[in-house]
Design a binder for this molecule. Structure first.
Ligand SMILES: Nc1nc2c(ncn2[C@@H]2O[C@H](COP(=O)(O)OP(=O)(O)O)[C@@H](O)[C@H]2O)c(=O)[nH]1
Ligand SMILES: [Mg+2]
Length: 414
């Protein structure tokens, strides 16, 4: 565990047991809110190196190059609070992203003013700064081998699923209400029945038929999951605000020939996200799969067929294919080219061939290729064929041919 001080470890353990919430000092909050109007329109997500309690990590903050909003730099994690100020930085800083002070960004700054209850693992400077920038509560430094994760990830995971489930999840009171669950189509009866959301998986989940959905933001992952469950269990929209965690597990039962099969569908963070670097997204996906999922039955890569697959997107998909052992496990892979609305068969086949070429898909060893279309508000008859084909490939897999998720460090599945 390196040389993290016992004081820090104790403070972290206490934070894992307590409610995952921001707590506010009202006087500080009001004082900081009055400073927000001073921020100019061009903002920067910045980081600078910092060493404290035996850990060297990146301290993240948001600035307009005069004013700064950040989780402060106190020595005792128990007393660190949000700080809004214009004291100049003397240390070398790195600009991670430039962005605009939109109304949504300003709202999020307002939401965190006066907040305390810092935790290196669950509520740190990076979570706060990225939340202001994108609405996403995520710390890339907390991946298993990250600058903070190398000290804190395994102890946090070993502390219990309730604790690891809080990682990279919006704290109270920032959490959104769950979407209102309604059937997508009244006509569907043979679907999987949604039962619950999970933020971390347990050992007893490992025998579930596990489907991992991967693809770029906006490709239609949430829409596809809603169709699989025939229920609006995910918010499907192009806003990143709808993503509350870097990974979400949705569970239910699939009835096949009067037998109920337990199913876990894994919704992941979008590849090629505009607010995170590609490498960071890959690390987040790998880390959350490694930490939670023992076996995968189906990997569904979803591409947005309404746009060209960018080189970065192809690269990210290829890296995940390699990591998940595509060559040896090709039968467990499904490649879906979505948003093929109103195209004839020939054009769909042409587009699929292009996708195969860009992604180096061999399609000789049992993998599956589908062109689909699930536009919002489409009539059931328009999507029925694609939906049945998708369910057919998503749910057929022998337990003898599961993908074992690679783990470099000791297994922490509980
Ligand atoms: N026209 C069309 N729109 C789609 C299709 N699939 C999803 N969408 C829309 O694309 C947007 C992004 O979908 P979403 O499921 O949120 O994508 P995610 O970011 O991958 O989860 C939403 O507005 C969906 O209604 C499709 O096949 N055709
Ligand atoms: Mg989504």
């Amino acid at each position: 565990m390196g040389n993290v001080t016992p004081r820090l470890m104790q403070a972290e353990r206490d934070s894992w047991d307590a409610q995952h919430a921001l707590t506010f000092t009202e006087e500080l909050r009001q004082e900081q809110i009055t400073c927000l109007h001073s921020f100019k329109d061009n903002l920067f997500l910045c980081s600078m190196e910092r060493s404290v309690h035996g850990i060297t990590y990146k301290h993240f903050y948001v600035t307009d190059k005069t004013w700064i909003i950040e989780y402060g730099l106190g020595d005792d994690p128990r007393t660190v609070a949000v700080h809004v100020h214009c004291e100049p930085r003397t240390t070398t800083v790195c600009i991670e992203h430039a962005f605009r002070l939109s109304t949504a960004v300003k709202d999020r700054m307002l939401m965190v003013c006066g907040a305390g209850n810092y935790s290196f693992s669950l509520r740190n400077c990076e979570h706060l700064a990225r939340f202001i920038q994108s609405g996403r509560w995520v710390s890339t430094q907390m991946v298993r081998r990250g600058t903070l994760g190398q000290f804190l990830y395994v102890p946090l995971a070993s502390h219990g699923t309730a604790s690891i489930g809080k990682l990279n999840r919006l704290p109270l009171p920032l959490q959104h209400a769950k979407p209102d669950r309604k059937p997508v189509y009244d006509e569907v009866t043979d679907n999987i029945h949604f039962s619950n959301y999970k933020y971390a998986l347990h050992d007893c989940d490992k025998d579930n038929h596990t489907i991992v959905i991967l693809g770029a933001s906006g490709a239609g992952k949430s829409t596809l999951i809603n169709h699989l469950f025939n229920s609006t269990v995910c918010e499907a929209a192009q806003t990143v605000q709808s993503v509350t965690k870097e990974v979400l597990f949705l569970q239910g039962k699939y009835i096949v020939e009067q037998c109920a099969k337990n199913v876990t569908v894994v919704d992941t963070i979008g590849l090629c996200d505009s607010t995170l670097k590609d490498e960071e997204v890959l690390q987040l996906i790998k880390s959350s799969l490694e930490g939670n999922v023992a076996y995968i039955d189906k990997v569904i890569f979803l591409c947005n067929g309404a746009a060209r697959i960018s080189r970065d997107q192809a690269e990210a998909i290829k890296q995940l294919m390699l990591w998940l052992g595509y060559v040896d496990n090709s039968k467990n892979f499904v490649f879906v080219l979505n948003k093929q609305d109103d195209l004839d068969e020939d054009l769909k086949q042409q587009n699929l061939s292009q996708m195969m070429e860009v992604l180096d898909i061999t399609h000789t060893a049992g993998d599956c290729l589908l062109a689909t279309s699930f536009p919002a508000k489409a009539a059931y008859t328009d999507v029925e064929g694609d939906l049945l084909a998708l369910k057919q490939v998503a749910f057929t897999a022998g337990t003898d041919s599961r993908i074992e998720v690679q783990r470099e460090a000791a297994c922490t599945i509980l």
